[in-house]
Design a protein around this ligand. Structure first.
Ligand SMILES: *[C@@H]1O[C@H](CO)[C@@H](O)[C@H](O)[C@H]1NC(C)=O
Ligand SMILES: *[C@@H]1O[C@H](CO)[C@@H](O)[C@H](O)[C@H]1NC(C)=O
Ligand SMILES: *[C@@H]1O[C@H](CO)[C@@H](O)[C@H](O)[C@H]1NC(C)=O
Ligand SMILES: *[C@@H]1O[C@H](CO)[C@@H](O)[C@H](O)[C@H]1NC(C)=O
Ligand SMILES: [Zn+2]
Length: 428
């Protein structure tokens, strides 16, 4: 008869065995570090990313042959097209506003919309002043707190404004937005932070602000696209997989080098490093370059749906989507036992000073599945400057630094290889 305490004991023993096992990888970790940081692969990820983004630019629609076992998997993605867009402030003075329609926005009538602007700092203020909003263009001037908190203004600001009768909304932040079901769909665009703050000052002085907004944006039927997959097939448990990922699509400004060219390139580079060293892990190491992350993790959601039957074989899912600046550590979501193992794995990176294992693995593409099905990890880098460039024309190769990318690729490759090769799967 097996007692609960026996099972517990077995579990602890297994965990201890795995911890011992991790330290055996220090040789391989050093080979990867030497190759990527100091050796022949130095700056390769940066060079690949530069060639890729300089040649293709944003809105990537093809993929390079990675010279590995590469294939494409079909997904359906939204097809929104930016049309001619313009906005002018007519009162209290004439001033052209630089605008950028938010993804999925409807257009205005051909002559545009001319209306008084109502500036608010928060959804709370919008609700309090709801009776003033009818027929107005709501201008959000919310302070930036954090991406997670502030992005909700971009994501649902149009619907919140429509609920109180506004005819359009303007925001100091660009990217995709989502209309809420059953709420009138009003045009919505990004303006500059400078203009949002200026209009807030004008409103504060009691000056009447009038804006004319013209947008020809439209949504066409969904189109076919592909998640791009490359893998090194496992030698002992090919059906069990570790996923390394970033998203291949980008916003339509700049080159999409930072968001998420960097994440894509280090996920590709990690496979190359492991292959260059002639290593073949016991499980399958699969790099997935997601399609259509920007409209809300569309390609990833379909991937996990398509692979639902084999979901119990996913051992760890990793995503890099917050820049590939100087790496600080790995963010991880998973069981305590899995965390203990990941802590040991990070010790293998001591010589490049990246040993910290933090809480909360994240990434739009994998958020929905981490917590439910399997452990997840994301790369944490010195990303203080991320939102200077995010979704703007300045998201170009000039943001990237080859030495930082060498380090990011190394972290990605070492963690991915070791977890893919350990005797046991990470516990759920
Ligand atoms: C890698 O990039 C760094 C920084 O730009 C440079 O100093 C170094 O010479 C480069 N190495 C190679 C092999 O190109
Ligand atoms: C603003 O420009 C319009 C034409 O677009 C013009 O009719 C109007 O007089 C101008 N207003 C001011 C205050 O300059
Ligand atoms: C699930 O795994 C089985 C066995 O490894 C494989 O034959 C099948 O193609 C997989 N299905 C998907 C959707 O990945
Ligand atoms: C790690 O830190 C040590 C001590 O500060 C430093 O000498 C070394 O250059 C660092 N290594 C890397 C790859 O940053
Ligand atoms: Zn991104």
């Amino acid at each position: 008869k097996i007692e609960m305490s026996d099972l517990f004991f077995c579990h602890v023993l297994l965990t201890l065995l795995i911890l011992c096992e991790v330290s055996k990888y220090s040789d391989i970790a050093h080979q990867i570090i030497n190759l990527a940081v100091y050796g022949k692969a130095q700056n390769r990820s940066d060079e690949r990313l530069a060639e890729f983004t300089d040649t293709i630019g944003n809105r990537v629609s093809g993929s390079k042959n990675l010279d590995l076992n590469v294939h494409l998997e079909l997904v359906k993605i939204p097809h929104w097209v930016r049309g001619e867009e313009s906005a002018v402030m007519l009162l209290p003075r004439n001033h052209t506003l630089a605008i950028l329609g938010l993804g999925s926005s409807v257009g205005t009538p051909p002559g545009g919309i001319e209306a008084e602007a109502m500036v608010v700092e928060s959804f709370e203020e919008l609700k309090k002043r709801a009776s003033e909003a009818k027929g107005k263009i709501v201008v959000y001037n919310q302070p930036f707190v954090s991406y997670g908190e502030t992005v909700t203004y971009r994501a649902s600001g149009a619907s919140e404004a429509a609920k109180v009768g506004a005819v359009a909304s303007l925001h100091p932040h660009t990217g995709w937005q989502w209309y809420q079901p059953g709420v009138a769909q009003i045009p919505t665009a990004c303006i500059t932070v400078e203009d949002a703050q200026m209009m807030a000052r004008m409103a504060c002085r009691g000056q009447r602000i009038v804006v004319r907004l013209t947008m020809r944006d439209q949504t066409l039927p969904d189109v076919d696209s592909y998640n791009t997959l490359a893998e090194i097939t496992g030698s002992e448990h090919p059906e069990q997989v570790v996923l390394l990922s970033g998203h291949l699509d980008s916003w339509d400004m700049g080159q999409g080098a930072m968001d998420d060219g960097g994440g894509v390139t280090i996920s590709w580079e990690a496979l190359s490093l492991i292959r260059d060293l002639g290593l073949r892990p016991k499980r399958t190491l699969r790099t997935v370059l997601w399609s259509a992350e920007e409209p809300g993790g569309v390609g990833a959601a379909q991937y996990f749906q398509q692979h639902k039957a084999n979901i119990s074989n996913f051992n760890l899912v990793m995503e890099s989507d917050l820049g590939t600046f100087s790496p600080l550590g790995l963010q991880f979501t998973g069981s305590d036992e899995a965390r203990a193992i990941m802590k040991e794995v990070m010790k293998l990176l001591a010589t490049i000073n990246v040993t910290s294992l933090e809480e909360h693995g994240e990434g739009t593409d994998v958020n929905s599945v981490h917590y439910v099905f399997f452990p997840g990890a994301s790369l944490h880098t010195a990303d203080q400057r991320y939102f200077w460039f995010h979704h703007s024309d300045s998201d170009t190769m000039s943001v990237q630094n080859p030495e930082e990318m060498n380090l990011c690729s190394t972290v990605w490759a070492v963690v991915a290889y070791v977890v893919t090769d350990l005797d046991g799967m990470l516990t759920r």
